[in-house]
Design a protein around this ligand. Structure first.
Ligand code: KG4
Ligand code: ZN
Length: 326
């Protein structure tokens, strides 16, 4: 039996420096994620310049560790996959340059991957990969999309957010409540002790299958102001639980409406927000990736690369990153 085809994935679109080794069949041999969250926490959000510089320091050791944990070497790697966009351009360029260098040195093909396709492809990794067709909610820090996925590597956009992304709404809500960064996980944790019915926060009604979260954020701001600083602090778990409940209601109702409209029976949620415990509990019949594949990682990038045409050596040296989704 020959050795399996190996894809080395690299992801540096935001504040996670990640590398992974995945087989062509979708087995994750290693997935290393070095989070810079603590570094950015003092500033209450990601500082792009600091992120780029930290990626530069971390990318080589993270790739080395991914190879070690997969018990392989660069000589065994068949293809290098890397996030091309969307994301912070300075951060993306560090991963892209590293990937080009590694691929060029080994005369390997390079596969540029769209970060959003990467999140969807987190569902195609073992041991229980999901098969299209399915309806997919992608909820991350930068995007909220409802996608009809008819085949691997191809999806049709049915809805998007008109203002903030769902993860952004979690992060901004956390900041209003004086919770730490990153905010989604903090709200999730604090909400556990709160009463989700304490504050009746509204869910925006927008036409079609789009989303809107800015009104909800404003409602939280007013509630905090009305309570006053001390009382808001005393009740922050009730506020967090009620706010989270409104976000979860908005996401689940759109997913159900999308399912009814498209007739797609299998449903999935991907992206950082899919790590939310209340969302997962509200959707027991829906497919979620394992927790470590919900937030940014490189295994999903290597997974997505399996459905993208590789660029042959050395045609990719001039390849550029892109900041926004196409
Ligand atoms: O996919 P991701 O890691 O990065 C982007 O592509 O943006 O998503 C990050 C987002 C952040 O907004 C973060 O607050 C949110 O995912 N997030 C969560 C949870 N864990 C991460 N939101 C709600 N509950 C969580 N447990
Ligand atoms: Zn992401």
């Amino acid at each position: 039996m020959g050795s399996p085809t190996l894809v080395l994935g690299i992801e540096t679109s935001c504040d996670e420096t990640a590398a992974a080794v995945v087989t062509e069949q979708g087995a994750v041999l290693s997935s290393v994620v070095s989070s810079q969250a603590a570094l950015h926490a003092t500033y209450g959000g990601v500082v792009p310049e600091i992120a780029s510089r930290r990626h530069l320091e971390l990318v080589a050791p993270v790739v080395r560790r991914a190879l070690e944990e997969a018990e392989t070497t660069l000589d065994q790697v068949d293809r290098v996959a890397v996030t091309q966009g969307p994301g912070l351009v300075g951060a993306l360029l560090v991963g892209l340059s590293a990937a080009k260098g590694i691929a060029w040195a080994g005369r390997l093909p390079l596969v540029p991957v769209d970060h959003l396709e990467g999140h969807v492809a987190s569902l195609y990794l073992g041991p229980e990969p999901l098969e299209p067709p399915f309806l997919c909610l992608l909820a991350s820090g930068g995007h909220t999309l409802l996608l009809a996925v008819r085949e691997r590597g191809r999806s049709e956009r049915l809805g998007t957010t008109l203002d903030d992304a769902a993860g952004e709404a979690f992060d901004k809500g956390a900041r209003l409540l004086g919770l730490g960064y990153p905010g989604g996980a903090e709200i999730d944790r604090v909400a556990e002790e709160g009463d989700r019915a304490a504050f009746p926060f509204p869910v925006a009604r927008v036409p079609g299958l789009d989303f809107s979260f800015s009104g909800l954020k404003t409602a939280l701001l007013y509630a905090v102001r009305e309570l006053g600083e001390d009382e808001a602090r005393r009740r922050h778990s009730d506020l967090a639980a009620s706010y989270q409940h409104a976000l979860v209601r908005a996401l689940t109702s759109r997913l159900r409406e999308g399912a009814a409209q498209t007739g797609l029976e299998r449903l999935a949620v991907v992206g950082g927000v899919s790590a939310n415990s209340s969302l997962r509990a509200a959707l027991p019949d829906v497919h979620f990736a394992p927790l470590d594949l919900c937030t940014d990682n490189a295994a999903m990038i290597a997974s997505a690369a399996r459905y993208v045409q590789p660029l042959p050596y050395p045609s990719y040296l001039g390849l550029d990153a892109y900041a926004s989704a196409a």
